[in-house]
Design a protein around this ligand. Structure first.
Ligand code: KE4
Length: 430
């Protein structure tokens, strides 16, 4: 008998690609039918069947304060009564920009946009304009949104010029994207040695969250900073996920490395669409209308999203202990899951930073795309569905990080671990 989720998926698929507005939601990598959600509050989602699910998707990192935080909902409601989008400057945008400048160490000037993708595309256009170079370096397995230049996998064999990994990305675009390996400075150096004078920037997730959670190894981010300085390239930290997630000042504060440009998203919108890019003032003043580098957006900085973002950042700024609490939750989850793995003979390796992390079904550390791709996908998929059957909704892919919030209680974490124990005791090869 088909469920209401099957019916809604069929209806959605009739009019939307895959029935979703973002591919990962479709459960393609884990199989099965995605749950249609009708409400979310605190650490939980409520599906259209009325089932309440403990949520580790957290809207992919957005919901650091939990869903429907009363202060955020109130701020949105009040802003909505004044209108939703004016297409003019507003005081709220200045306030949010001032908060970002105050809280993110390297950001002196910032531009608000509507998504992480817009932020990364704009930051790389600026880097190319500032350096007069076209080449960019990204890391295999890293995700920076769906801009053409980022949808590139390294060419096979020794040729490491990018080739498109999505139809519709012209070779001419992909050829400017060079691909290196995360946590491998030599793979970056070899690109610079070969064509350093053509490389505008290196863009990295300072903590990778799109191939599972992979923190930087000691010295890696510092090494990127040095090599960019040596060759006159810019260092861009894509903190769309790590910003206000791994520390109040993001990964650049946590790891004490100062990029030239930073991109932000997710948390800064408090659940509404906001992205941002910012950094050195000499670079950001090149953006129109101060400078000639064009970038624009009808709904950029709209009053609703800015109200949600300001309220969220305000709560984080006035409660900095939140980050040590989130770190502690990650430690409890990690120690518990790894202990269960040992108890039941299932290799589990937990990796996390601040309020993001994930288990890998792996004997060995996961330091880059290759080691992430080598982890046990079947084990993950069985674990995923076992947790969903127990009303715990993990991100539906082993290449995604889990996100927890200030709304996740110790009872929630205990329940997560007892559910995991139940599944592992039953065996994952069933
Ligand atoms: P958006 O365009 O989706 O707002 O942001 C793109 C982006 C840029 N940079 C990083 C480091 C990101 O993680 C993202 C988006 N993250 C994914 C989660 N892996 C969003 C989920 C989805 O695509 O539906």
């Amino acid at each position: 008998m088909s469920s209401i989720h099957d019916e809604l998926l069929a209806r959605s698929m009739a009019v939307m690609p895959g029935g979703v507005n973002s591919p990962v939601r479709a459960f393609k990598s884990v199989g099965g039918t995605p749950r249609f959600i009708r409400a979310a509050r605190g650490a939980t989602l409520e599906d259209v069947d009325g089932r309440v699910l403990l949520d580790y998707i957290g809207s992919w990192g957005v919901a650091i304060l939990g869903h429907s935080h009363p202060s955020v909902t109130k701020a949105i409601s009040e802003a909505a009564l004044l209108g939703t989008s004016f297409g003019t400057p507003t005081e709220g945008e200045a306030e949010l920009a001032e908060m970002i400048v105050r809280l993110v160490p390297s950001i002196e000037v910032v531009r608000l946009v509507n998504s992480g993708t817009e932020a990364t595309m704009s930051a790389m256009r600026l880097a190319r304009a500032a350096t007069g170079r076209a080449g960019i370096i990204k890391f295999r397995g890293a995700y920076h949104g769906h801009g053409d230049m980022f949808l590139v996998e390294a060419g096979s064999g020794a040729a490491t010029l990018g080739v498109p990994s999505s139809p519709g990305v012209p070779e001419s675009t992909a050829s400017h994207t060079l691909v290196a390996n995360f946590n491998d400075l030599d793979s970056v150096a070899s690109h610079f040695e070969a064509q350093g004078d053509q490389i505008a920037a290196v863009i990295t997730e300072p903590v990778c969250g799109n191939m599972g959670c992979i923190p930087p190894e000691p010295g890696f981010l510092e090494g990127l900073r040095t090599i960019c300085d040596d060759y006159g390239a810019l260092l861009v930290f894509d903190e769309v996920m790590t910003g206000f997630r791994v520390a109040l000042g993001g990964a650049q504060e946590r790891y004490n490395v100062r990029p030239d440009l930073t991109t932000l998203g997710k948390v800064i919108g408090g659940g509404l669409p906001v992205g941002a890019y910012g950094g050195r003032e000499d670079l950001m003043r090149m953006i129109a209308p101060d400078g000639q580098v064009y970038q624009a957006g009808t709904l950029s900085g709209n009053p609703l999203a800015v109200a949600a973002g300001r309220t969220t950042l305000g709560i984080l700024e006035s409660n900095p202990d939140i980050f040590s609490e989130l770190e502690g939750t990650g430690r409890t989850l990690g120690l518990g899951l790894e202990a269960l793995g040992r108890e039941y003979g299932v290799p589990i390796r937990w990796q996390s930073s601040g309020g993001m992390g994930c288990p890998f079904f792996s004997e060995t550390p996961v330091t880059d795309w290759q080691s992430s791709a080598a982890t046990d996908s079947q084990a993950f998929n069985r674990f995923f569905h076992g947790m969903l059957q127990r009303d715990i909704h993990l991100p539906p892919s082993r290449f995604e990080a889990w996100f927890w919030s200030t709304a996740h209680s110790t009872t929630d974490i205990d329940r997560t671990l007892t559910s995991a124990k139940d599944i592992l005791a039953g065996g994952l090869d069933a």
